[in-house]
Each structure stands twice: as C-alpha cells, then as structure tokens.
Design a protein around this ligand. Structure first.
Ligand SMILES: *[C@@H]1O[C@H](CO)[C@@H](O)[C@H](O)[C@H]1NC(C)=O
Ligand SMILES: *[C@@H]1O[C@H](CO)[C@@H](O)[C@H](O)[C@H]1NC(C)=O
Length: 202
C-alpha cells in the first residue's frame, strides 16, 4: 500500500468526524495480568509495524519498549476509543501525531479477532476500565439468551475476552493482543489474559 501524508490527513479527518468522545485521559501504559500462562504476566503492550501507518498491538518485556495510550470517552460515559499516537514525518520541524485507535479485525473463519492500530480507523472499539484498572468491553445483548420471535430486552454485559495469540498481521506473524468473540479460541496459540492500565511515572 502506498502511503502519503495527504491520505493520512484525510483519514484523520474521518476519525475526527466519527468522534463522539469529549474527554481524553492518559497517557497509560497497558500491562498483561491474570494470564493463564503466567510467563505472559507483566508484559507491556507495544505497537509492532504491520503496514503503512498500521500497527499491531504486540508486547515488550521491558518498560522501555512499551507504548502509551490515551482513552477518549464522553463526560458522562466511561467507554470510548483507546488511542495510540503515531508520529508521521510531514516535512516540518516536528512530526505530525496521528491517532491510531484500537480496533478488532473479524474474519469469518475464526472466533479470534486480532487487535489493530490503524490511522483513519472509522470503527474504533469502545472500551472502558473497571475499578481495578482492567480493560473491558460493554455489550448490551447476549444472543445465547435469545428466543425465537421474542424481541430481547437490553441488559449490560462487561466482557473481558482478551487473549494473547500468535496471529497474522498482513505479512507479519506476531504474538499480539486479540479478542475471542465467545467460547474457546479457535486459534490454539491463544492464552486468556487481562489488560490493566498503569499511569507512567512522570
Ligand atoms: C479524542 O479526544 C480528543 C480530545 O478531545 C479529540 O481531539 C480527538 O478527536 C478524539 N479522537 C477520537 C478518535 O475520538
Ligand atoms: C479478567 O478479569 C475479569 C474481571 O475481574 C475476570 O472475571 C476474568 O476471570 C479475568 N480473566 C482471566 C483470564 O483471568
């Protein structure tokens, strides 16, 4: 894919038009906790190159390699996009910072959706942090409870379906942050984890 600053700025405009969030918190570093394979605990979320202005949330064992993220949300709501800023050299004295909101990539052959950090992303994942600082996704329906012909009433479901999996990210093969839609992950390399936020020292 060819990459030019003007296509980036168009992408940025699209992301801006989508935004409903008006408060931004951060920066936060993100750390793996609760992993079923304890050797993953303590890893930091990093960003690994997977295309032009496209990254995949991968991991770094040491704090120096970690990425920082910002959380957008409305003043009244906790959920909103989680954003990494990507520095683009647009020829000026300082690089332009373009947002790469976290999203998930769903494909028909698996219940594992790989994480994606992409400029111009128009469908960011809305996430929130619980009282313990753990990252979750809130959904309002559980289709395992649906009945034929009876329109379901909305509920509130806080989901912690994070996984660390070896996965393809365009031509790269990384151990990356992913999500299982429901049940056990189809990809046998996946390990269930949680992700917690840490405020970096000044
Ligand atoms: C996030 O919030 C900042 C600050 O309010 C805003 O400038 C930006 O457009 C928002 N981005 C997204 C993707 O919501
Ligand atoms: C992640 O945290 C949630 C909420 O505390 C918990 O219910 C879930 O079991 C945790 N996941 C793992 C893999 O331990």
């Amino acid at each position: 894919m060819k990459f030019s600053p003007s296509s980036l700025l168009l992408g940025l405009g699209a992301a801006g038009a989508m935004a409903q969030a008006d408060v931004q918190d951060g920066p936060y570093a993100l750390k793996i906790v609760d992993a079923e394979d304890a050797s993953l605990n303590g890893l930091w979320v990093d960003a690994c190159h997977s295309g032009a202005a496209i990254d995949t949330p991968c991991f770094s064992a040491d704090a120096a390699g970690r990425e920082l993220f910002y959380h957008n949300h409305t003043a009244t709501g906790e959920a909103g996009p989680l954003i990494r800023y990507f520095n683009v050299d647009t020829g000026g004295d300082t690089p332009t910072r373009v947002p790469q909101p976290l999203s998930l990539t769903y494909v028909p052959s698996t219940n594992v959706a790989n994480g994606l950090l992409s400029v111009g992303n128009t469908d960011p994942l809305n996430v929130a942090f619980d009282a313990a600082g753990k990252l979750f996704v809130r959904d309002y329906y559980d289709d395992s409870k649906f009945a034929a012909g009876e329109r379901p009433q909305p509920g509130s479901y806080d989901l912690y379906h994070w996984q660390v999996c070896w996965n393809l990210a365009s031509s790269y093969y990384y151990q990356s942050l992913a999500w299982v839609t429901s049940g056990n992950p189809h990809n046998p390399t996946c390990v269930a984890v949680n992700v917690t936020r840490v405020t970096p020292e000044d």
